[in-house]
Write a protein that binds this ligand. Structure first.
Ligand SMILES: Nc1ncnc2c1ncn2[C@@H]1O[C@H](COP(=O)(O)OP(=O)(O)OP(=O)(O)O)[C@@H](O)[C@H]1O
Ligand SMILES: [Mg+2]
Length: 353
């Protein structure tokens, strides 16, 4: 073909602190960045994953689409946090069609919500024979609460878009990882995305799903602690946490507050690593790949490395994506960790699965 197939689908990462939009074109079997932008949300607009002010969220989203001259209408969005349940379960051998028929009943015992309140999706990971010689399948179950789903899809629809795929932040991170880092057959990698209100913890073993958990801690915790302990406004606390000068604020005090929050984050990660090791039979984690806006916290990288005892690297979600020269390279470097989820959404296509 001489004509480049133009992708008319956008990835939309609606986080609690900002909305990110991306458009990736298919090119030479890979991807080329066509659009990327973000707009900040005021802290009271989405609180802990709940849309509190949908009118202003819609305005912000429309403003962002306009800034980026986006004409595509199909959008891939994602959810995370409490309203998402991911489980890996073993079931008796059956075909994909049979499982599609029975999934609601099979999933019921694993989902802590009323089964009628959730939408369920699944993926058969592999098949095996259990200790009694019975053929089994390993299934990845994903359930999302219907009310959360409609909260986010309504927002997107009101902004004039069509939500064509609803993904999950952690799955988007896995897909971003796969296209940029490949599936290393030996390595066990932890993808950790520290956002504003949520930290997604994701472990891949030989490139395959091994563990997933969303924890309710993120960059907001630094800001809130600084606000509380020093009686600062939200704006000043945000500045202070990024190392900017705020009148009357002692950097030593800030460093201590930051270290306390980082210690909390480390203990959540350690706890998850513990669960993973118990369930998988004590497997070592070779590397931690860090993303999310809060990965920009000064010294967090080294702090995690020292306290977890594994190498920590900041993600490059554009590693294998062509970046045209019209994008400023400093801008790209700056947004790399923030764009990780968006990239994973931007590569989804209507007929993939
Ligand atoms: N340079 C920086 N240094 C420190 N913190 C930063 C920096 N840039 C952004 N942050 C923090 O990162 C967080 C936003 O990250 P991100 O965009 O990944 O979150 P989000 O997707 O909006 O939120 P969530 O996914 O938790 O709902 C905010 O708490 C913000 O203060
Ligand atoms: Mg996020």
């Amino acid at each position: 073909m001489f004509l480049r197939k133009k992708s008319e689908i956008i990835g939309l990462d609606i986080g609690s602190s900002s909305i990110k939009v991306i458009q990736l074109e298919d090119e030479d079997g890979g991807y080329r960045l066509s659009k990327f932008g973000m707009r900040t949300l005021e802290p009271e607009m989405i609180v802990d994953g709940t849309i509190m002010d949908s009118v202003r969220c819609v305005e912000t989203l429309q403003g962002l689409l306009k800034d980026q001259s986006i004409t595509a209408k199909d959008a891939v969005i994602s959810l995370s946090g409490h309203s998402v349940i991911i489980k890996r379960v073993s079931l008796p051998q059956m075909t994909e069609d049979e499982l599609a028929e029975s999934i609601k009943w099979e999933a019921e015992q694993y989902i802590p919500f009323d089964i009628n309140d959730v939408d369920i999706d699944f993926q058969i990971l592999n098949s095996f024979v259990d200790a009694d010689g019975k053929p089994q399948i390993d299934v990845l179950l994903a359930a999302v609460k219907k009310d959360k789903l409609s909260e986010y899809t309504s927002l997107v629809i009101e902004a004039g878009l069509k939500p064509v795929i609803v993904d999950i932040d952690s799955f988007a991170l896995e897909n971003m990882y796969e296209i940029n880092y490949g599936t290393n057959e030996k390595e066990t990698v932890a993808l950790i995305n520290i956002g504003a209100s949520i930290t997604n913890i994701n472990i891949l073993q030989k490139g395959m799903f091994a563990f997933m958990r969303d924890v309710s801690i993120g960059g907001n915790k630094y800001t809130e602690s600084i606000q509380k302990e020093l009686g600062l406004s939200y704006e000043d606390a945000e500045k202070a946490k990024r190392g900017e000068d705020v009148e009357g604020v002692n950097t030593f005090t800030i460093d201590t507050i930051i270290e306390n929050v980082s210690t909390e984050i480390v203990s959540e990660i350690t706890r998850s690593f513990g669960y993973f090791k118990t369930s998988s039979g004590s497997e070592n984690i070779d590397k931690l790949l860090l993303s999310g806006g809060s990965s920009g916290m000064k010294n967090l990288n080294t702090f995690l490395q020292e306290h977890l005892g594994i190498p920590v690297e900041t993600v490059n979600p554009f590693k294998h994506i062509k970046i045209p020269p019209e994008f400023d390279s400093n801008f790209i470097t700056e947004v790399m960790p923030i764009a990780a989820v968006a990239v994973g959404l931007g590569i989804r296509r209507l007929n993939d699965r």
